[in-house]
Design a protein. Structure first.
Lengths: 198, 98
Protein backbone atom coordinates (compact mmCIF):
# COMPACT_ATOMS: atom_id res chain seq x y z
CA UNK A 1 0.00 0.00 0.00
CA UNK A 2 2.62 2.56 -1.02
CA UNK A 3 2.08 5.97 -2.55
CA UNK A 4 3.88 8.69 -4.51
CA UNK A 5 5.66 10.12 -1.47
CA UNK A 6 7.27 6.72 -0.96
CA UNK A 7 5.94 5.84 2.47
CA UNK A 8 3.85 2.81 3.17
CA UNK A 9 0.34 3.83 4.14
CA UNK A 10 -0.34 1.88 7.29
CA UNK A 11 -1.83 4.35 9.74
CA UNK A 12 -5.45 4.29 8.64
CA UNK A 13 -8.11 6.64 9.93
CA UNK A 14 -11.81 6.77 9.20
CA UNK A 15 -13.92 9.87 8.73
CA UNK A 16 -17.54 10.34 7.80
CA UNK A 17 -17.98 10.57 4.06
CA UNK A 18 -20.58 13.12 2.99
CA UNK A 19 -21.86 13.14 -0.56
CA UNK A 20 -20.48 9.74 -1.52
CA UNK A 21 -21.45 8.73 -5.03
CA UNK A 22 -22.47 5.10 -4.59
CA UNK A 23 -23.82 4.54 -8.10
CA UNK A 24 -20.58 3.03 -9.45
CA UNK A 25 -20.31 0.66 -6.49
CA UNK A 26 -23.93 -0.39 -6.69
CA UNK A 27 -23.86 -0.64 -10.46
CA UNK A 28 -26.87 1.68 -10.51
CA UNK A 29 -27.59 3.41 -13.82
CA UNK A 30 -28.83 6.50 -11.96
CA UNK A 31 -27.08 8.74 -9.41
CA UNK A 32 -27.15 7.55 -5.81
CA UNK A 33 -25.58 9.94 -3.32
CA UNK A 34 -25.10 9.01 0.31
CA UNK A 35 -24.93 11.59 3.06
CA UNK A 36 -23.70 9.49 5.94
CA UNK A 37 -23.60 5.77 6.54
CA UNK A 38 -20.28 5.57 4.70
CA UNK A 39 -16.86 5.97 6.27
CA UNK A 40 -13.90 7.13 4.25
CA UNK A 41 -10.66 5.36 5.07
CA UNK A 42 -7.57 7.52 4.65
CA UNK A 43 -3.87 7.45 5.43
CA UNK A 44 -2.99 9.46 8.53
CA UNK A 45 0.35 10.47 7.01
CA UNK A 46 -0.38 11.45 3.42
CA UNK A 47 -4.16 11.85 3.57
CA UNK A 48 -4.72 9.59 0.56
CA UNK A 49 -8.15 7.94 0.47
CA UNK A 50 -7.76 4.17 0.66
CA UNK A 51 -11.29 2.88 0.66
CA UNK A 52 -14.80 3.14 2.02
CA UNK A 53 -16.61 1.43 4.85
CA UNK A 54 -20.26 0.74 4.14
CA UNK A 55 -22.30 0.24 7.24
CA UNK A 56 -25.10 -1.90 5.89
CA UNK A 57 -24.53 -2.69 2.20
CA UNK A 58 -27.38 -5.16 1.91
CA UNK A 59 -29.90 -2.72 3.30
CA UNK A 60 -28.49 -0.06 1.01
CA UNK A 61 -29.01 -2.25 -2.06
CA UNK A 62 -32.52 -3.16 -0.93
CA UNK A 63 -33.43 0.44 -0.28
CA UNK A 64 -32.15 1.73 -3.61
CA UNK A 65 -33.94 -1.08 -5.46
CA UNK A 66 -37.25 -0.55 -3.62
CA UNK A 67 -37.12 3.22 -4.05
CA UNK A 68 -36.51 2.87 -7.78
CA UNK A 69 -39.27 0.29 -8.06
CA UNK A 70 -41.68 2.66 -6.31
CA UNK A 71 -40.85 5.65 -8.45
CA UNK A 72 -43.34 6.09 -11.26
CA UNK A 73 -40.79 6.91 -13.96
CA UNK A 74 -40.57 4.21 -16.63
CA UNK A 75 -37.71 1.77 -16.24
CA UNK A 76 -35.12 1.57 -18.98
CA UNK A 77 -33.14 -1.57 -19.84
CA UNK A 78 -30.21 -0.82 -17.54
CA UNK A 79 -32.58 -0.21 -14.66
CA UNK A 80 -34.36 -3.51 -15.28
CA UNK A 81 -30.95 -5.21 -15.22
CA UNK A 82 -29.97 -3.36 -12.04
CA UNK A 83 -33.19 -4.45 -10.31
CA UNK A 84 -32.64 -8.04 -11.43
CA UNK A 85 -29.06 -8.05 -10.15
CA UNK A 86 -30.03 -6.44 -6.87
CA UNK A 87 -32.42 -9.36 -6.35
CA UNK A 88 -29.62 -11.79 -7.41
CA UNK A 89 -31.79 -13.37 -10.06
CA UNK A 90 -30.47 -14.97 -13.20
CA UNK A 91 -32.12 -13.62 -16.33
CA UNK A 92 -33.89 -16.91 -16.95
CA UNK A 93 -35.18 -17.03 -13.36
CA UNK A 94 -36.62 -13.54 -13.55
CA UNK A 95 -38.09 -14.30 -16.97
CA UNK A 96 -39.71 -17.41 -15.51
CA UNK A 97 -41.10 -15.44 -12.53
CA UNK A 98 -42.56 -12.80 -14.83
CA UNK A 99 -43.73 -15.42 -17.34
CA UNK A 100 -41.58 -13.82 -20.02
CA UNK A 101 -39.43 -15.37 -22.70
CA UNK A 102 -35.74 -15.07 -21.55
CA UNK A 103 -34.78 -13.82 -25.01
CA UNK A 104 -37.40 -11.08 -24.72
CA UNK A 105 -36.10 -10.10 -21.28
CA UNK A 106 -32.61 -9.90 -22.75
CA UNK A 107 -33.88 -7.56 -25.47
CA UNK A 108 -35.55 -5.42 -22.80
CA UNK A 109 -32.35 -5.24 -20.75
CA UNK A 110 -30.40 -4.22 -23.84
CA UNK A 111 -32.92 -1.47 -24.64
CA UNK A 112 -33.90 -3.15 -27.89
CA UNK A 113 -37.51 -3.49 -26.75
CA UNK A 114 -39.45 -1.53 -24.14
CA UNK A 115 -40.96 -3.41 -21.23
CA UNK A 116 -44.74 -3.49 -21.34
CA UNK A 117 -46.51 -1.79 -18.44
CA UNK A 118 -47.97 -5.04 -17.11
CA UNK A 119 -44.58 -6.75 -16.88
CA UNK A 120 -42.98 -3.61 -15.52
CA UNK A 121 -45.48 -3.47 -12.67
CA UNK A 122 -44.93 -7.16 -11.97
CA UNK A 123 -41.18 -6.55 -11.82
CA UNK A 124 -41.65 -3.61 -9.45
CA UNK A 125 -43.90 -5.71 -7.24
CA UNK A 126 -41.34 -8.54 -7.30
CA UNK A 127 -38.66 -6.12 -6.07
CA UNK A 128 -40.90 -4.92 -3.22
CA UNK A 129 -41.75 -8.49 -2.24
CA UNK A 130 -38.13 -9.60 -2.41
CA UNK A 131 -37.15 -6.78 -0.06
CA UNK A 132 -40.39 -6.83 1.90
CA UNK A 133 -38.80 -5.74 5.20
CA UNK A 134 -37.30 -2.67 3.58
CA UNK A 135 -40.53 -1.98 1.73
CA UNK A 136 -42.44 -2.15 5.03
CA UNK A 137 -39.91 0.15 6.69
CA UNK A 138 -40.46 2.86 4.14
CA UNK A 139 -44.19 2.31 3.99
CA UNK A 140 -44.48 0.91 0.48
CA UNK A 141 -47.76 -0.70 -0.42
CA UNK A 142 -47.35 -3.41 -3.07
CA UNK A 143 -50.93 -2.91 -4.27
CA UNK A 144 -50.05 0.74 -4.94
CA UNK A 145 -47.10 -0.41 -7.04
CA UNK A 146 -49.40 -2.63 -9.09
CA UNK A 147 -51.86 0.19 -9.71
CA UNK A 148 -49.43 3.06 -10.22
CA UNK A 149 -49.42 5.23 -13.33
CA UNK A 150 -46.04 4.82 -14.95
CA UNK A 151 -44.70 8.02 -16.47
CA UNK A 152 -42.83 7.82 -19.71
CA UNK A 153 -39.25 9.10 -19.45
CA UNK A 154 -39.96 11.29 -22.51
CA UNK A 155 -42.57 13.23 -20.51
CA UNK A 156 -40.20 13.98 -17.62
CA UNK A 157 -37.16 16.18 -18.03
CA UNK A 158 -35.55 15.09 -14.77
CA UNK A 159 -33.58 11.91 -14.26
CA UNK A 160 -34.11 9.61 -11.33
CA UNK A 161 -31.72 10.89 -8.69
CA UNK A 162 -31.55 9.35 -5.24
CA UNK A 163 -30.17 11.03 -2.15
CA UNK A 164 -29.90 9.03 1.05
CA UNK A 165 -29.07 10.77 4.30
CA UNK A 166 -28.26 9.18 7.62
CA UNK A 167 -28.77 11.17 10.77
CA UNK A 168 -26.48 9.60 13.30
CA UNK A 169 -28.15 11.05 16.38
CA UNK A 170 -31.25 8.88 16.37
CA UNK A 171 -30.11 6.69 13.51
CA UNK A 172 -32.79 7.73 11.07
CA UNK A 173 -32.02 7.40 7.41
CA UNK A 174 -33.65 10.21 5.49
CA UNK A 175 -34.23 9.74 1.85
CA UNK A 176 -34.72 12.33 -0.83
CA UNK A 177 -35.43 11.18 -4.30
CA UNK A 178 -36.37 12.23 -7.80
CA UNK A 179 -34.83 15.67 -7.79
CA UNK A 180 -36.37 16.73 -4.49
CA UNK A 181 -35.06 20.05 -3.27
CA UNK A 182 -32.59 20.06 -0.40
CA UNK A 183 -34.36 19.57 2.87
CA UNK A 184 -37.42 17.96 1.34
CA UNK A 185 -38.03 14.73 3.12
CA UNK A 186 -39.67 12.29 0.77
CA UNK A 187 -39.48 9.22 2.93
CA UNK A 188 -37.82 8.35 6.17
CA UNK A 189 -36.55 5.03 7.33
CA UNK A 190 -35.50 4.05 10.78
CA UNK A 191 -33.21 1.12 11.00
CA UNK A 192 -29.77 -0.24 11.64
CA UNK A 193 -28.11 -0.94 14.91
CA UNK A 194 -26.75 2.19 16.60
CA UNK A 195 -23.86 0.13 17.92
CA UNK A 196 -22.67 -0.35 14.38
CA UNK A 197 -22.39 3.36 13.70
CA UNK A 198 -19.06 4.22 12.13
CA UNK B 1 -21.84 -24.80 -4.29
CA UNK B 2 -18.44 -26.50 -4.44
CA UNK B 3 -17.15 -28.53 -1.49
CA UNK B 4 -14.61 -26.69 0.59
CA UNK B 5 -12.02 -27.65 3.14
CA UNK B 6 -12.50 -24.25 4.75
CA UNK B 7 -15.94 -25.05 6.10
CA UNK B 8 -15.54 -23.02 9.30
CA UNK B 9 -14.40 -19.90 7.52
CA UNK B 10 -17.14 -20.26 4.94
CA UNK B 11 -19.86 -20.70 7.53
CA UNK B 12 -18.53 -17.79 9.53
CA UNK B 13 -18.43 -15.53 6.47
CA UNK B 14 -21.97 -16.40 5.42
CA UNK B 15 -23.24 -15.78 8.95
CA UNK B 16 -21.31 -12.51 9.22
CA UNK B 17 -23.20 -11.07 6.26
CA UNK B 18 -26.49 -12.28 7.69
CA UNK B 19 -25.98 -10.59 11.04
CA UNK B 20 -23.40 -7.78 10.86
CA UNK B 21 -22.47 -7.09 7.29
CA UNK B 22 -20.25 -4.01 7.63
CA UNK B 23 -18.08 -3.98 4.55
CA UNK B 24 -14.81 -2.16 3.98
CA UNK B 25 -14.00 -1.92 0.28
CA UNK B 26 -10.47 -0.87 -0.65
CA UNK B 27 -10.11 1.75 -3.34
CA UNK B 28 -8.14 -0.72 -5.49
CA UNK B 29 -11.00 -3.21 -5.22
CA UNK B 30 -13.47 -0.47 -6.20
CA UNK B 31 -11.38 0.29 -9.29
CA UNK B 32 -11.25 -3.43 -10.15
CA UNK B 33 -15.01 -3.57 -9.76
CA UNK B 34 -15.49 -0.69 -12.16
CA UNK B 35 -13.08 -2.16 -14.72
CA UNK B 36 -14.59 -5.63 -14.59
CA UNK B 37 -18.17 -4.38 -14.54
CA UNK B 38 -18.86 -5.99 -11.18
CA UNK B 39 -21.18 -4.36 -8.69
CA UNK B 40 -21.64 -4.51 -4.95
CA UNK B 41 -24.74 -6.75 -5.14
CA UNK B 42 -22.68 -9.34 -7.04
CA UNK B 43 -19.75 -9.13 -4.62
CA UNK B 44 -22.07 -9.49 -1.63
CA UNK B 45 -23.77 -12.41 -3.30
CA UNK B 46 -20.39 -14.15 -3.66
CA UNK B 47 -19.45 -13.38 -0.06
CA UNK B 48 -22.79 -14.68 1.21
CA UNK B 49 -23.11 -17.75 -0.97
CA UNK B 50 -19.70 -18.45 -2.49
CA UNK B 51 -17.12 -21.09 -1.66
CA UNK B 52 -14.06 -20.23 0.41
CA UNK B 53 -11.20 -21.64 -1.67
CA UNK B 54 -8.33 -20.37 0.43
CA UNK B 55 -8.06 -19.11 3.98
CA UNK B 56 -5.25 -18.32 6.35
CA UNK B 57 -5.97 -17.55 9.96
CA UNK B 58 -3.71 -15.58 12.26
CA UNK B 59 -4.06 -13.94 15.67
CA UNK B 60 -5.58 -10.83 14.10
CA UNK B 61 -8.22 -12.47 11.95
CA UNK B 62 -8.24 -14.28 8.65
CA UNK B 63 -7.31 -13.74 5.04
CA UNK B 64 -9.62 -15.51 2.62
CA UNK B 65 -10.46 -15.99 -1.02
CA UNK B 66 -14.03 -16.70 -2.02
CA UNK B 67 -15.17 -17.92 -5.39
CA UNK B 68 -18.69 -17.66 -6.64
CA UNK B 69 -20.78 -17.10 -9.69
CA UNK B 70 -22.85 -14.02 -10.43
CA UNK B 71 -26.34 -14.07 -11.86
CA UNK B 72 -24.94 -13.85 -15.40
CA UNK B 73 -22.94 -17.05 -14.91
CA UNK B 74 -19.55 -15.30 -14.63
CA UNK B 75 -17.08 -16.47 -11.98
CA UNK B 76 -16.12 -13.86 -9.44
CA UNK B 77 -13.20 -14.20 -7.07
CA UNK B 78 -13.15 -11.98 -4.00
CA UNK B 79 -10.07 -11.66 -1.83
CA UNK B 80 -10.63 -10.26 1.63
CA UNK B 81 -9.47 -9.95 5.18
CA UNK B 82 -11.43 -10.29 8.39
CA UNK B 83 -10.18 -7.99 11.12
CA UNK B 84 -11.04 -9.62 14.43
CA UNK B 85 -10.41 -6.49 16.52
CA UNK B 86 -12.86 -4.43 14.45
CA UNK B 87 -15.26 -7.26 13.54
CA UNK B 88 -15.14 -6.11 9.98
CA UNK B 89 -14.61 -7.70 6.59
CA UNK B 90 -12.38 -5.83 4.19
CA UNK B 91 -12.47 -6.53 0.47
CA UNK B 92 -8.99 -6.26 -0.99
CA UNK B 93 -9.33 -7.48 -4.56
CA UNK B 94 -12.02 -8.56 -6.99
CA UNK B 95 -11.55 -10.54 -10.16
CA UNK B 96 -14.09 -11.55 -12.75
CA UNK B 97 -13.28 -14.52 -14.93
CA UNK B 98 -14.82 -16.23 -17.99
Amino acid sequence: MGNQSGHKCSEMHVRECVGFDASHLLGAPFPVTLYGGVGEKYCGKCGAVKGHIIKDPMELIAMVAVLRACDDMKLNGSEVKFLRKSMSYKAKDLAHKLDLDPAHLSRIENDKKPMSLVYEKLLRAAVCLKFIETAKFIGVDVSHVLSMNITSAKCVSKIFDLHLCLVEKDNVLRLKSHGAADGDLVRSWEGGDPKLAI
Amino acid sequence: MERTKYKDEQLWLHEYFDYIGILDVDLDAQIQMTHSGTSLPEVLDVLRNGTVVCAERDYNGCEFTVKGRNCDGKDIIVRGVFHADMSMVRVVAIEKTR
